[in-house]
Design a protein around this ligand. Structure first.
Ligand code: S3P
Length: 166
């Protein structure tokens, strides 16, 4: 096994940390959002628009079902993965689950210029982050084997912390 599974809210740095860990530990990255877009031949925004969120959530579950056979990978998940109990159970069979815990300000700074997240295409983005983070935080905490605070830290700090702990 020895896979590392990164979970956390949109904009908490999962994809960037995954790339840095990949270099540090010489493991390949599987970025779920990217792979789902590739398999579907369309963007996540288009999948949400054309099929709805439920369809995307089924794609996520189907994708992680197939990760059980993988070894030695860094897996960057989508921010909503922990909202299905079944997904969390699957993630624990896949690897060590690391929660990148970020605050609203950190998340907002990371995502404010980005339009690739259908759930954050709203007027008051900070309020949307606050509400969703409040709903999701207990699920991230429950799913995590390891919790890493990311707000105010560099990618190098975060990567070093993960490498030291694991
Ligand atoms: C989502 C997070 C996104 C992507 C989709 C839904 C969510 O991934 O899977 O837009 O529900 O939090 P990132 O966490 O990589 O932005």
């Amino acid at each position: 096994m020895s896979n590392i599974v990164l979970i956390g809210f949109m904009g908490s740095g999962k994809s960037t940390v995954a790339k840095a860990l990949s270099k540090e530990l010489d493991k390949k990255v599987i970025d779920m959002d990217f792979e789902i877009e590739r398999e579907e031949g369309r963007s996540i925004v288009d999948i949400f628009d054309e099929e709805g969120e439920g369809y995307f959530r089924d794609l996520e579950t189907d994708f992680i079902e197939r990760l059980k056979s993988k070894n030695n990978k860094i897996i960057a998940t989508g921010g909503g993965i922990i909202m299905r109990e079944q997904n969390v159970e699957l993630l624990h069979h896949i690897g060590t689950v690391v929660f990148l815990q970020a605050d609203v300000g950190h998340i907002y700074n990371n995502i404010k210029k980005n339009t690739s997240r259908p759930l954050l295409q709203v007027d008051d983005v900070q309020e949307e982050i606050r509400t969703r983070l409040e709903q999701r935080e207990p699920h991230y905490l429950k799913a995590a084997n390891v919790i890493i605070q990311t707000s105010g830290k560099t990618i190098t700090d975060i990567t070093n912390e993960i490498v030291t702990i694991l």
